[in-house]
Design a protein. Structure first.
Lengths: 161, 432
């Protein structure tokens, strides 16, 4: 069933301010900034948001769905309270990312792509975060954690309550 | 040879990214000089005369790109800084965004003036949180100080600047994919012609320049094209930000004068290899540039001509140093997994080819490799070359061909013995 809820979780003043920053006729360009903001507020983007955003911006619903399924940072389902994403690209792998991913799986008791049963942490891997000089690096929600080691991982995961 | 610095010219402190510090370093004085004393076309002439080339990977002369914009066509023009830094191994634009965001803002205002742009954008990759906050902070400061959104220095010129965040996609670093993404769609690259400078953002003439390319403008317009050309090599002027990672003792971002000796850079500036290891090979400028062996780079200098003479490229300046004992089969496996993950799916050779290459290398690593696999990989790489809308298909091919050409014996060994010639580890171990 398509949810036709028409209210976006973004406050209307904020939407107006966002809209004012772009030139007239750039409504389509607001799809990604709005999706990011929805996800920040709700934790993920649900079906109702898609319809509401398409209506608000006057863009086809399918455009919003295409964007959601193309970019890796959008989440369509609620995940853990903490999103832990470990880089596995070349420079990080050369500095221990492969051992780090194994250690994350072991310590959290979940495989990459899964959420701990208590809903605390979702573990994932990402491709190059552009932080190769401080490899290995991981993203915890929005924040980069650099020069991670298997040894420093315990304390780090412990903080994610 | 002294290594002249044009960008990393100040000590990084807790406030060095802010407007007050930037102004104390002479910030926005060049913008004022340009707007008060130069016509837009003169700015483009100066940039062309400087010979500055794109720092994102393609090394296209910025002046020539700008020269396509017709100032009298009566259309809106757009400018977009490419801050979607995503080529693995590259993290130098992040240095500018975090530490010198006002340098980018001032440079973009100069470019906007030259190109008759009223709305400029910075497309910044979605993962860059601190760089985004620094840039957004600089934009707010610049707006409050009257540099953005209001007529400048008593003239008619004014420009708006928006920081627009991506959401995780390598292909959006390709200029046309970036603009399609900025239009709120999947970041599919577009066929050329028409060039983006003819039909770009919303089908209007658009200039897309890399962050570092733009950041050089303040220098070029402050000191003049001749001063800029006095640095670097005649064909490749200026400096480059090199971000180095991998098995190097002191990874990080370095600014070098173009033409700097490669070995000196690695051994002296970067402290040599970690764990006293020996250098096996170097990826010069992002994983899409062909790997060069330690002996190949021994007499090379860091400029396009020198690196291209050895069959590779300076690329994005994302250098990766690789120690002896590192398994190149596993290294290529990581690269091909990446390309497969990031193929946007528009073009058949890339969409199918990336998956095919990835499956073959996974099979080899699983001990199921066949003798004919390596030739098949080369065939697929050739099939991708020049047959896709953007350069990603070619890039994965370069990486594959580059590694197979120099380290085929490691692949043969794995296929025959069903294991790595080394231990299959990508981490560095002390030399023996």
């Amino acid at each position: 069933m398509t949810d036709n809820r028409s209210v976006l979780p973004i406050p209307s003043e904020e939407l107006a301010a966002l809209r004012a920053r772009y030139p007239a006729g750039f409504e389509s360009s607001l799809v990604m900034p709005c999706l990011r903001r929805i996800q920040e507020l709700r934790g993920h983007v649900d079906d109702g948001d898609i319809g509401a955003l398409a209506t608000y911006l006057g863009v086809p619903r399918v455009q919003v769905e295409e964007v959601l399924s193309f970019y890796t940072q959008y989440r369509r389902e609620a995940g853990g309270r903490w999103q832990v994403a470990v880089c596995r690209n070349v420079s990080c792998s050369m500095r221990g990312a492969e051992r780090l991913i194994d250690a994350c799986e072991r310590k959290l008791g979940v495989a990459v792509g899964e959420t701990t049963p208590d809903g605390r942490v979702t573990l994932s891997t990402v491709e190059c975060l552009g932080s190769c000089g401080t490899a290995p690096v991981m993203m915890v929600n929005e924040q980069y954690v650099e020069n991670v080691s298997v040894e420093s991982l315990d304390a780090l995961l412990e903080e994610l309550r | 040879m002294s290594s002249k610095k044009l960008l990393m010219t100040f000590p990084v402190t807790a406030t060095s990214h802010q407007l007050a510090d930037y102004r104390a370093r002479g910030g926005y004085a060049t913008l004022e000089k340009v707007l008060r004393t130069m016509q837009p076309a003169d700015v483009t002439k100066e940039v062309a005369a400087s010979g500055v080339q794109g720092r994102g990977g393609a090394a296209f002369p910025a002046g020539r790109k700008w020269g396509v914009i017709n100032l009298a066509d009566g259309q809106p023009h757009y400018l977009c800084a490419n801050a979607d830094e995503g080529e693995p191994g590259t993290f130098k634009d992040r240095w500018i965004l975090e530490n010198a965001p006002h340098l980018l803002v001032e440079s973009m205002l100069i470019a906007a003036y030259a190109l008759e742009v009223r709305h400029a954008f910075v497309y910044i990759r979605g993962e860059f949180d601190l760089p985004y906050r620094r840039l957004a902070g600089a934009i707010e400061e610049a707006r409050a100080a009257g540099y953005l959104g209001a007529p400048l220095f008593g003239g008619a010129f004014s420009c708006e600047l928006v920081a627009h965040r991506g959401a995780g996609s390598y292909v959006c670093g390709e200029a046309s994919g970036l603009l399609t993404s900025l239009e709120g769609k999947r970041g599919y690259p577009r066929n050329r012609p028409p060039r983006l400078t003819v039909k770009g953002l919303y089908r209007r003439p658009t200039v897309v320049n890399n962050v570092e390319t733009l950041a050089n403008l303040v220098n070029i317009l402050r000191d003049g094209a001749a001063a800029f050309k006095s640095h670097g090599t005649p064909k490749n002027p200026g400096t480059r930000l090199i971000s180095i990672s991998g098995h190097i003792a002191k990874p990080g971002v370095y600014e070098i004068e173009i033409g700097y000796p490669w070995r000196t850079f690695l051994e002296e500036d970067c402290g040599g290899m970690m764990n006293d290891a020996n250098l096996k090979c170097v990826i010069p400028g992002g994983i899409s540039t062909k790997v060069l062996t330690a002996s190949e780079i021994a007499s090379l200098t860091l400029d396009s001509e020198s690196v291209e003479s050895a069959g590779s490229s300076m690329g994005s300046g994302g250098m990766i140093a690789i120690a002896e004992g590192t398994c190149m089969v596993r290294l290529l496996q990581v690269m091909l997994r990446f390309y497969h993950h990031e193929s946007c799916g528009q073009c058949t050779p890339c969409r199918e080819g990336m998956g095919w290459l990835h499956r073959i290398i996974d099979r080899i690593v699983d001990g199921q490799g066949r003798k004919e696999d390596l030739d098949q990989m080369l065939r697929i790489s050739r099939m991708n070359d020049g047959t896709t809308i953007c350069g990603m298909g070619d890039a994965a091919g370069y990486a594959t061909v580059g590694i197979l050409a120099k380290y085929r014996d490691e692949f043969d060994y794995w296929i025959e013995h069903k294991r790595s010639r080394y231990d299959g580890n990508l981490e560095c171990r002390p030399s023996t």
